[in-house]
Design a protein around this ligand. Structure first.
Ligand SMILES: [Zn+2]
Length: 460
């Protein structure tokens, strides 16, 4: 079943116009996990700087989202976990010895200054992105501060505290009968898979390194349970996968899944640690190999949310997310980097490129054939029977429900798969957050520059 495809130049159609809502909060780059920690939110600011200096702000609507509130976070997470995250700080850490253990906060997931605000920015972008997609206000929403796929209902994990992806998908489920989640981070998207493991309203598909690698889950045979059976797809890969091999498994699989599941919205986690030369990763994708996934998914013309994720060689993550933002706008950005405030990071070549290396690809065609055959056979032998019929969906501002009531509903139904019980999903469609309040936060180019300048001044 597996056929090795050639890796051709990426194609864009400049006549195709997508409405893109890009979410960015200039504060994000100021948060720091601590000296020596591989996760550096600064890479999001570097990507943003490239995106701006390449002129993509002329093509997209740029927003600063309202940070997610505690109540919003608790649509997935437990109250006591979010309460802890909101109160703990490096100064009062010794008062929370028991909680640190319970909520898995410590080495990988340290408590740093502004942790709660950081989570709020990440979650706010994904929730507002979802809300704009719901209202048909954009075709694509981008939030590179999101994509934190390891966070659990009441536990931090793998540098992730708040699962913005689950929160964004919950928002999409208010309007969308079926949401497809695709994860190309080098690590398994365990937090998102776990949240939706028992429902057929969300299909998750994660491509990741498997075998003696964090977080240790994501076997081929993990396919979901109950109503969620066949709605979790895992593609466990070995070290050194290259562009054409990744394309040859990604494209046929995603085509099959979309054909079978017919999602009405897609969430794509674009973790940059699957790139060649990543500080923690072990794959061998070039920038174009990574970006091919984004370009391929975009071409299905299904409402799309694009999120960040891992990525620990900052200059390459920034390059790749900038290049991918270009593709989403149907532009292939020129290779010569524009001058920007982080220009020195891109020495010595100052090019928009991440090259693959000569590392050995441990993924043989026989191995990949086994994976592809297993997954596609599962899907072909099962007729997809969506359990939820979406009836009328409110489209107008006049239809907005009571916000308090909406929140109460969300709180009542909090928690992983539980919230997805069908009886509770349909009434949810009758309510809607007042987006207009949030939309005030749109930034002009001048405001953007001003904020950037302020940030730079602070750093110096
Ligand atoms: Zn990762």
């Amino acid at each position: 079943m597996y056929t090795q495809l050639p890796f051709d130049d990426l194609q864009v159609d400049p006549t195709q116009k997508k409405r893109i809502a890009y979410f960015y909060d200039a504060d994000i780059g100021n948060y720091a996990y601590g000296a020596g920690h591989p996760m550096k939110p600064h890479r999001i600011r570097m990507a943003h700087s490239l995106i701006m200096n390449y002129g993509l702000y002329k093509k997209m609507e740029i927003y600063r989202a309202k940070p997610a509130t505690k109540q919003e976070m608790c649509q997935f997470h437990t109250d006591e976990y979010i309460d802890f995250i909101s109160r703990v700080s490096p100064d009062n850490l010794d008062l929370f010895a028991k909680e640190q253990l319970k909520f898995n906060v410590g080495d990988d997931c340290p408590v740093f200054d502004g942790l709660f605000e950081y989570c709020g920015i990440s979650g706010g972008g994904s929730m507002e992105g979802a809300a704009r997609l719901n209202r048909g206000k954009c075709d694509i929403a981008i939030n590179y501060a999101g994509g934190l796929h390891h966070a659990k209902k009441s536990e931090a994990s793998g540098f992730c505290y708040l699962n913005d992806i689950v929160l964004g998908i919950i928002e999409l489920l208010r309007y969308h009968p079926r949401v497809l989640y695709i994860d190309i981070d080098v690590h398994h998207g365990d937090g998102v898979e776990e949240a939706f493991y028992t429902t057929d309203r969300v299909m998750t598909c994660s491509f990741h390194k498997y075998g003696e690698f964090f977080p240790g889950t994501g076997e081929l045979r993990d396919i979901g349970v109950g109503k969620g059976k066949y709605h979790s797809v895992n593609v466990p890969l070995r070290d050194g996968i290259d562009d054409s091999t990744y394309k040859s498994i990604f494209e046929p699989l995603i085509t099959k899944i979309i054909e079978w599941y017919q999602p009405s919205a897609i969430v794509l986690q674009c973790g940059g640690d699957s790139l060649s030369g990543d500080r923690l990763g072990c794959f061998n994708l070039s920038m174009e190999g990574h970006a091919n996934c984004i370009n391929f998914v975009k071409n299905f013309n299904i409402p799309l949310m694009v999120l960040g994720g891992g990525g620990y060689t900052m200059r390459n993550v920034a390059r790749t997310w900038a290049f991918e933002s270009g593709l989403l706008n149907n532009v292939k950005l020129p290779t010569e980097l524009p001058y920007n405030e982080y220009y020195e990071y891109y020495a010595p070549d100052y090019k928009l490129d991440v090259r693959s290396s000569n590392m050995y690809n441990q993924n043989s065609p026989i191995f990949l054939d086994k994976i592809l055959t297993s997954i596609i056979t599962n899907l072909e032998n099962t007729k997809h029977a969506p359990s939820v019929q979406m009836n009328e969906v409110p489209r107008d501002a006049e239809d907005l429900g009571d916000v308090e009531e909406d929140t109460q509903m969300a709180l009542d139904t909090k928690g992983g798969s539980e919230f997805a019980r069908d009886s509770q999903i349909e009434p949810d469609n009758e309510y809607y957050n007042d987006l207009d309040k949030k939309e005030k936060n749109i930034l002009t180019k001048d405001e953007e520059m001003e904020i950037d300048q302020l940030n730079n001044a602070q750093e110096k």
